[in-house]
Write a protein that binds this ligand. Structure first.
Ligand SMILES: NC(=O)c1ccc[n+]([C@@H]2O[C@H](COP(=O)([O-])OP(=O)(O)OC[C@H]3O[C@@H](n4cnc5c(N)ncnc54)[C@H](O)[C@@H]3O)[C@@H](O)[C@H]2O)c1
Length: 356
């Protein structure tokens, strides 16, 4: 995949067994100095292979926590680069999911005002969604993704094999975004999603690669003319308004893509109550979500907390709350007129319907 960007064009290549293809992958970067940022679980699981791949290059092993993705921690990573004489013409290489991507992307965009960056996404969410689109975000105190830049990697090498070692929770998280993108596309792609979801194993089946590629193509179609997120790209926040509030209110017990799935269920219920979505559509989509909703007692999250976080939503511009609502496949709309009392009613009903 070739992706056009106002910052720099970049490419994404699917490669099986990346560790066996070191020569092939790194050949174009013959005389480069690399510094590796590696997710600690990826490092633990793939240690001998990683060791062979990185050779004598400097590296930093970073646990993928929201705390490590904070403004306060970022200073430690800059310090390591400076201590190791990392220069403007050196290249940062990342193995990890969305957290390592956000840390690396922010650093790559700011260190010497921009350095080269190669990304090996290792989670389903990073492979199917976050690796493209140029966003980098870090946290400030308890404010998630408050600070950021737009800066894509120069090269993305995506190996589906990494998903085999992902926990069920994080596999489901990626699935949440995959489902969201296909609900935002067209009947043909929705058909592909359904074929994929009908397979007995979601990690290894004939549609896996196809559905990941399709997700990236849908995402690209949304940000192509709106890389800096001032128009159509905003719609990709379908499921994110309530989802982000839920992630924060649950203190991240529910991870990103899972929260998006719950958020889509919430947005659809509000759409149903407003008469935007028909009952049969609501039931059809809800049947999909219910298979993957996290087993979490959502009645533990108070409506007061949800409203608190919805009010802090960065998409909110007016006095009321902002949400992306849905009518059907590929028909999502932004509403800036959602009242607190609507959220109160829908939240109550949603808790009653949510699988126990
Ligand atoms: N920049 C963007 O465009 C963007 C988009 C969406 C989400 N995000 C951010 O991404 C983060 C979530 O990222 P994520 O869902 O990819 O997960 P993650 O990076 O938080 O990783 C999830 C867990 O999986 C482990 N892991 C990673 N790869 C593995 C592998 N191959 N095998 C076994 N374990 C592995 C990690 O160590 C971690 O415990 C959030 O902070 C979110 O805000 C960024």
């Amino acid at each position: 995949m070739k992706i056009k960007s106002k910052i720099k064009d970049y490419s994404l290549e699917f490669i099986n067994d990346v560790f066996k293809k070191k020569k092939e992958i790194l050949a174009p970067f013959k005389n480069e100095r690399f510094f590796y940022f590696i997710d600690s679980n990826v490092h633990r699981i793939y240690r001998p292979k990683i060791k062979r791949f990185i050779g004598n290059s400097c590296f930093l092993v970073i646990p993928a926590t929201e705390r490590n993705k904070s403004y306060m921690k970022i200073a430690d990573y800059y310090r390591k680069l400076i201590e190791n004489d990392f220069k403007k013409n050196s290249t940062l290489v990342t193995f990890g999911g969305g957290i390592l991507q956000d840390i690396s992307g922010f650093i790559a965009s700011t260190f010497h005002r921009g350095i080269k960056w190669i990304f090996f996404p290792t989670t389903l969410l990073a492979q199917a969604d976050s690796c493209i689109g140029s966003k980098t975000s870090i946290n400030f105190d308890d404010a998630k993704n408050k600070i950021g830049t737009f800066y894509p990697p120069d090269y993305i090498f995506s190996d589906p094999g990494f998903c085999k070692t992902l926990s069920a929770k994080y596999f489901n998280s990626g699935l949440g975004e995959i489902i969201k993108f296909h609900l935002m596309s067209n009947m043909k792609r929705y058909g592909l999603l359904k074929k994929y979801l009908n397979c007995s194993s979601l990690r290894e089946n004939p549609y896996f690669k196809e559905v990941v590629k399709s997700t990236l193509e849908i995402k690209y179609s949304y940000f192509k003319g709106d890389e800096f997120d001032s128009g159509r790209r905003n719609l990709l926040n379908y499921g994110h308004c309530f989802g982000h509030a839920l992630e924060s209110a649950s203190n991240f017990a529910i991870c990103h893509g899972e929260a998006v799935m719950v958020g889509m269920g919430f947005a659809n219920l509000l759409s149903l109550k407003r008469g935007l979505m028909k009952k049969d559509k609501y039931n059809e989509f809800e049947d999909i979500f219910r298979k993957y909703y996290p087993r979490f007692d959502i009645s533990k999250i108070s409506t007061k907390d949800i409203i608190y976080y919805l009010k802090r939503d960065k998409k909110r511009t007016g006095k009321d709350l902002t949400m992306i609502l849905s009518q059907d496949i590929g028909k999502q709309f932004k509403f800036d007129n959602v009242k607190e009392r609507e959220i109160l009613q829908v939240h109550k009903d949603f808790i009653n319907r949510y699988p126990k």
